[in-house]
Design a protein. Structure first.
Lengths: 82, 624
């Protein structure tokens, strides 16, 4: 099935859970300086946040939430500064 | 078009008249409002030869179609005029409720021209406008002036005011509102002072008609909920309501983005330690101070209870903190916060103030300035007392160096000489803000080519592709590698998109911090459509941004821009730093990148919009 992440099309298996999207993005972004800094400062792993079809996905939902064909996912990085 | 009044208030301070003018839909369809309206008014009413302190200069205060909407970020508004720092058209944005109040008074803009023969203030109470004597407020600081105006007119009025630096023509004087938000850059406060206009008070009670109230309500609820939930999920120190934008120092330091010692160094460990978010919250007793409808709450109120730097008021933001603190090597957080608040009271732009003092410190270090010039102050790097005192001298335009530094580093270095132009970190007369060109080359391109407000981080913001991880997938900016920080390959295209993006946001009048924290271009487009009924696509949104950028460029040319200005950048950024992630990086190839940008924009080799480009964006009638 097709899922859109930041408007780009991705293929996922039917029944895939949201955590697969999370892991995909975590791996892709793991060496970005800001992500590394925050990870080192906080010890947190969930640094990038996800919006699914307009609503924020809570980290507690990652394992159980099933993604669906045509889902629209946006990645939200932390931001600081003027 | 909905969500506008088709009306502006024209105020002539020379003739002491206030008249309402009808503005046709087409102007809003082309330029939206805010920054776009500022550019349109200048194009229409300020011919070639008009200068910043000429009474004919138009100072326009303009909200946009988003004011009056109960959406997070919809408290923004802009002002514009010909700037005394860059001597070209410029605009600047602020927040709080002044723009909302203009809208609720039944106007899409207040346009002030002429010059009064004595200090005055403008009072707008719904559609009744009056020019009143302000002799009692003249000479007062910007906050006292606001207090005085509210006492005279009523607490429900929203005000803008200037302090002594605006009255005395400091070229980077700002305009404040509600003691918390500032039209910081480009010296619009000095334009206001030149007109002997101390302040404006506005109160309104009218609601503008929205195209689709039901859809608007749905969008407001969804967006506000999303932004609020998202902020809660961030770690505490990254929540804006904790210390506002100042938390950036911790994220920018490892990226080599901070301005340190007049942009000479890559690291300032005691500054990073003292200015970190938890220390800020503790030492400055920071508390959230949100704007109307805002979910993010980046403004905060601080209180230093005792000591030489005791004050209660605005908490410094990243740019102020970085320029007044890191750039001067002052690591005393209380002294820096206090100096920033002094800047606010005098109405000095804290970015320029920090650069100007750092420039003077470097002059002092190199013997170009001595104690004879500095009122006996030991203007060494990191001397907090001297830094604070010098801010006072500049704010009051004290005879000698204080006065000269109020002219900005370009003029000051030309007069002082001694090679000091080499360390004047300015372009076109405006000091460079707190994003280091060596950390991402696109910052260099942004500053060199910006047309909205001269060299201005806020009018491009392309640095945030890296330092803030902002993406515009709707316009094709999404997957970006870290190493591309130091590549020119896609810089021209990205920079052009970010210039247009900023122009759309500053013309719709929305707060960019929403876009930086989860508010998408799709949200913006949907909101504009629900409010105005324009039915725009994402491409139409880009075209609007492009059109405004092109008009601003035409204005640059009208007011004296020359191609060489874009290439006359600060030499400092071509000196590499020796450590940190940007060690050895300097933006070599910038000249070619500027030419690439011209091409990307549809400009000729001399940096001028081509006739076909102007026709493409509907500006064929604007060719001079």
């Amino acid at each position: 099935m097709k899922v859109f992440i930041n408007l780009k099309e991705w293929e996922f298996q039917e029944g895939a859970k949201f955590v697969e999207v999370v892991n995909l993005i975590k791996e892709a972004k793991k060496d970005e300086p800001m992500i590394k800094t925050i990870r080192e400062k906080t010890g947190r792993s969930n640094i990038i946040l996800f919006v699914l079809n307009g609503r924020v996905v809570q980290p507690r939902e990652y394992e159980s939430l099933e993604i669906k064909d045509g889902d629209n996912i946006r990645l939200i990085h932390p931001f600081a500064g003027g | 078009m909905k969500s506008i009044w088709n009306k502006i208030l024209q105020v002539d301070l020379t003739a002491r008249t206030c008249k309402t003018e009808h503005i046709p839909d087409q102007v809003y369809e082309n330029f939206l409002g805010g920054a776009g309206m500022n550019a349109y008014i200048l194009w229409r009413d300020c011919p070639r030869g008009t200068t910043a302190f000429n009474p004919a200069n138009r100072l326009t205060f303009a909200p946009g179609p988003m004011q009056g909407l109960k959406q997070s970020g919809a408290a923004k508004w802009t002002a514009g005029a010909i700037s005394p720092s860059i001597n070209m058209n410029a605009d600047s944005a602020a927040t709080a409720s002044f723009g909302i109040e203009i809208k609720e008074a039944g106007y899409d803009a207040l346009v002030v021209h002429g010059r009064s023969d004595k200090p005055v203030c403008l009072v707008v109470d719904d559609e009744k406008a009056e020019i009143k004597d302000a002799s009692l407020f003249w000479g007062k600081d910007a906050y006292e002036a606001e207090d005085g105006m509210k006492e005279a007119e009523g607490e429900k009025f929203e005000c803008v005011t200037i302090g002594p630096a605006g009255e005395l023509g400091v070229r980077y004087a700002n305009i404040q509102t509600r003691k918390k938000s500032f039209l910081g850059r480009c010296g619009l406060g000095a334009v206001m002072g030149s007109k002997l206009l101390k302040g404006i008070a506005v109160r309104g009670s009218q609601s503008v008609e929205i195209h689709d109230p039901k859809e608007m309500d749905r969008l407001n609820k969804e967006i506000n909920k999303r932004l609020t939930e998202m902020d809660k999920l961030h770690d505490e120190w990254l929540q804006f309501k904790r210390v506002g934008t100042a938390s950036a120092t911790e994220l920018f330091a490892p990226q080599g983005n901070l301005p340190i010692k007049n942009y000479q160094l890559a690291d300032f460990p005691s500054g990073v330690k003292n200015f970190h978010a938890s220390n800020y919250a503790k030492e400055l007793n920071a508390k959230p101070w949100p704007c109307q409808y805002c979910a993010i709450q980046c403004h905060n109120k601080c209180e230093i209870k005792e000591g030489p730097y005791a004050y209660k008021g605005k908490g410094p933001e990243y740019e102020s903190f970085a320029m007044v603190g890191f750039n001067t090597m002052v690591d005393d957080i209380k002294a820096v916060a206090y100096a920033c608040e002094l800047a606010n009271l005098y109405s000095l732009d804290a970015i320029s103030l920090g650069v100007v003092i750092a420039w003077a410190m470097e002059c002092y270090e190199k013997g170009v300035l001595t104690k004879k010039d500095t009122y006996g102050l030991d203007l060494t790097w990191g001397n907090a007392e001297a830094m604070v005192e010098m801010a006072r001298k500049i704010g009051t335009r004290a005879d000698g160096l204080g006065y000269l530094l109020g002219e900005g580093t370009k003029i000051a270095s030309e007069i002082i000489g001694g090679g000091s132009g080499d360390w004047a970190v300015q372009m076109k007369g405006q000091e460079i803000a707190a994003h280091n060109w060596r950390a991402q080359y696109i910052s260099a391109l942004n500053y060199c080519t910006g047309v909205a407000s001269g060299p201005n981080h806020e009018r491009g913001n392309s640095q945030h592709i890296w330092v803030g991880h902002v993406r515009l997938p709707e316009w094709g900016i999404d997957e970006v590698e870290n190493e591309e920080r130091w590549s020119w390959e896609k810089a021209a295209e990205r920079n052009a998109k970010f210039h247009d993006y900023c122009n759309v946001i500053n013309s719709a009048c929305h707060c960019k911090f929403m876009e930086f924290r989860g508010y998408t271009l799709t949200d913006l487009c949907n909101t504009i459509n629900a409010a105005t009924g324009t039915g725009w696509s994402l491409d139409d949104l880009r075209r609007c941004g492009d059109r405004i950028t092109q008009l601003q460029k035409l204005l640059n040319i009208r007011y004296g821009w020359k191609k060489e200005y874009d290439f006359n950048y600060p030499k400092r950024f071509m000196e590499p730093v020796q450590e940190g992630p940007a060690a050895g990086k300097i933006p070599i190839g910038l000249e070619d990148a500027i030419m690439d940008y011209y091409k990307e924009r549809g400009w000729d080799k001399d940096g001028r919009p081509t006739a076909s480009k102007l026709k493409e964006v509907g500006l064929q009638d604007f060719i001079e």
